[in-house]
Design a protein around this ligand. Structure first.
Ligand code: TXA
Ligand code: MG
Length: 330
């Protein structure tokens, strides 16, 4: 496989997308922008290419991938049927940050779905992602473009730092506008079930579908998505989640603060990131992973993160922070 990356801005984005599509058609792996986070894509029907994604990310084979499509025609190639409620969701929210779990068509490789009879499908709205899928001419299986369990990438630099030359090509589409992964809804059950909180708020979805079932606290879902693992999205620096930002007592301890809307009054933090000075949860979501990446590069002893309000996208932000903070127990 030919490894080459446009480092110079002289490459027009059209040329870059065409080159990326060519690499994908030849079984390569391309990191590409979406409105949520960057994805690491391969032709969903090419098992060898898909296997390379698992290898590059060090992702366990039991963790199925999301298939990204550009149009309705590609949907019919990957799913066996589309329930009525799914049609309503598609009409309301695609393209956008919503992934649907649907019965899979026989042609989708088992490697993509980790042997499940269902497939996760999403139509991203980033214009470069859609043009890439359209030009490649095939749906793309793509997890988030980061090593397994680590903080997701919201710009091309994060991808370079996390996966570097394991990727055949990195398409730079600027910073991700939403900044957290898609919301995942399963339509295999009635009522539908939420498998992962994400970039589309639950109440917005429920306005179309009616009540959606949530996992019972303490009860494992039938299919456990790794985004539901206790520890995920984690920086290298230990992270603590608190209701009020309190600096560590030990003066020798170098801590960074991840604040919601206001920097803490104390000067005890060696670095401070404020997610949204105007208390806007959308802005906070868009800045979340970038801020974590920046703090993670400072060799701090701790990152102390402040809970954001538990409403709208705040639920998904707190979910990411709680999993990034969970202790490693292997
Ligand atoms: O916003 C996003 O969804 C990003 C961008 C790149 O599209 N992708 C992403 O992919 O977050 P990933 O692989 O990091 O997370 C996909 C999640 C996993 O937790 C996986 O277990 C779940 O989707 N998933 C995939 N197929 C599934 C299925 N058939 N049933 C249940 N969960 C599934
Ligand atoms: Mg991920």
């Amino acid at each position: 496989m030919h490894r080459h990356n446009p480092s110079s801005k002289a490459v027009s984005s059209n040329d870059a997308v065409a080159e990326a599509a060519r690499i994908l058609r030849h079984g390569g792996m391309v990191a590409f922008p979406t409105e949520t986070v960057y994805g690491l894509g391969a032709d969903a029907f090419n098992e060898i290419a898909v296997a390379r994604i698992f290898e590059a990310k060090q992702r366990p084979r039991f963790d199925p991938l999301i298939v990204h499509i550009a149009d309705a025609d590609q949907l019919t190639r990957v799913v066996a049927r589309v329930p009525i409620l799914a049609t309503a969701l598609i009409e309301s929210f695609w393209p956008g940050p919503l992934t649907l779990i649907l019965p899979k068509s026989a042609t989708v490789p088992d490697l993509v779905t980790a042997g499940l009879p269902s497939v996760a499908v999403r139509m991203p709205c980033h214009p470069m992602a859609r043009e890439l899928i359209r030009l490649t001419g095939t749906p793309l299986a793509a997890p988030s473009a980061n090593s397994f369990g680590q903080t997701s990438s919201t710009n091309a630099d994060h991808v370079r730092q996390s996966l570097g030359d394991k990727v055949d090509y990195i398409l730079d589409g600027g910073p991700a506008a939403v900044g957290i992964e898609s919301t995942i809804i399963s339509l295999l059950t009635s009522p539908p079930a939420i498998l992962r909180l994400g970039g589309l708020a639950l109440e917005t979805i429920e306005a179309v579908t009616g009540p959606i079932s949530r996992p019972q606290p303490g009860v494992l879902p039938v299919i456990s998505a790794p985004g539901m693992l206790p520890r995920h999205y984690a920086p290298h620096t230990p992270l603590r989640l608190e209701s009020i930002l309190t600096p560590p007592r030990d003066p020798a301890c170098r801590a960074g603060a991840l604040a919601f809307c206001r920097a803490p009054a104390t000067t005890r933090f060696v670095a401070v990131e404020v997610l949204s000075p105007t208390s806007d949860l959308r802005e906070a979501a868009a800045n979340l992973f970038g801020a974590i990446h920046r703090l993670d590069r400072l060799s701090l002893d701790f990152i102390i993160a402040e809970r954001v309000p538990d409403e709208g996208l705040g639920l998904a932000i707190n979910d990411r922070l709680a999993r990034a903070a969970a202790p490693c127990f292997q």
